[in-house]
Design a protein around this ligand. Sequence first.
Ligand code: SAM
Ligand code: SF4
Length: 458
Amino acid sequence: MTKQADKKLFIKTWGCQMNVYDSKRMEDILSPFGYKTVDTPEGADMVILNTCHIREKATDKVFSELGRIRPFKDKKAANDEQMLIAVAGCVAQAEGDFIMERAPYVDLVFGPQTYHELPEMIAKLTNAYGENRVVNTEFQGESKFDFLPEEHGSQGANAFLSIQEGCDKFCTFCVVPYTRGAEYSRTPKGIIDEAKRLVDNGAVEICLLGQNVNAFHGEDELGNTWGLGKLIQAVADIDGLERIRYTTSHPRDMDDELIETHAHPKLMPFLHLPVQSGSDRILKAMNRKHKADLYRDVIAKLRKARPDLAFSSDFIVAFPGETEDDFEETMQLVRDVNYASAYSFKYSARPGTPAANMQNLIRDDIASDRLARLQALINEQQLAFNKQSIGLTVPVLIERKGKKEGQLSGRSPYFQSVNIQGNERLINTIVDVTITDGFANSVTGDIALQETISKANA
Ligand code: SAM
Ligand code: SF4
């Protein structure tokens, strides 16, 4: 594909941060070919729907979005212009042929491991090859990371960096091993070079990403294998980088080096560590390969390494066969850990996963009731955590304008959403904020410096 006059690229992204990262990299790939990102599909030359397949209705959502976009394509066609429509990501990987069959106006379907080939795929559709439609959902021997171009321009003050992909754990409910493929770790050098470029381009916080990020085992030039702890320590040495986070982790892969690394001041004191259930019986049926007490032990070790570490988790309620006693064990685990925040979902059968064939499905009214009880407990803990912060002064990375007039919104080290009043020039900087109030999903605060100045002037 050759560079042409400016073309408009619209990408809609669903799902996890890895999809957000992938969408940014698609922009980087297409930018040298004249594609500029726009925020509406109307009039775009290329529309990419970067999809997520983790829970139910994912495919329905894609088809409804495709239905919304189709008239824009028809409108362009009426003017003899082309709009390419592509479906990418995990729904594309899982349902590629079905999408092509049901939506004949879709030009291109590609999975998460093939987007580095976007220019070739577009060339096939638009010129000499004369192909009308392309499906590219192979798992290739090569890694896309060896082919991606360098990032284009600033990725913002808080940037994502994928270091690991795929998963070999095969939890019985999960589509990731099928849609993202086998576990793969990038090289430490490739990651550190990318982190340095992100910092040179304005990043002060980097979140290291992977479907199972603490399974990271990158090999260096000498053939030595690095774990995530060692990698974080090396990334922390980058001048100008202030904050590091990582997500998403598996309890079994929290090794001692990683646990100790939590004492590092640049690694933020917040960890998302999904457990899914507090019942050993259900954890076994989920093939999580650990018991609830191993999770409790890991949390205790982490708290020893970093006493103010705040935790978050994922929970699935009403997994097939879950009894009231199993559910009560989940509630007890939540009480024991005391979370700063957590996500909880009703189990949803994903086609092709082992759990989809399990019997003993839980009635929806029971599932809803358990979800409501779990969420009430989690909300209570979130509110208590946020209230406890009142009076603390913490560094907040200001990310965007808030919802209210004059408001700015950012994140505390503990990943709390923090709202303050302040000048827009503070966006993308870290400011000290004194927390003044706490709610279930956010806290409010005042800029500490302003307080000092006003006190001095009083
Ligand atoms: N790798 C992480 C781990 O080991 O827990 C999970 C990553 S998964 C992409 C994100 C979350 O989606 C999971 O932690 C789980 O709670 C939820 N999830 C995945 N499959 C699900 C399903 N079939 N039904 C309901 N929730 C699901
Ligand atoms: Fe899915 Fe996480 Fe289990 Fe891997 S470890 S199969 S990504 S839930």
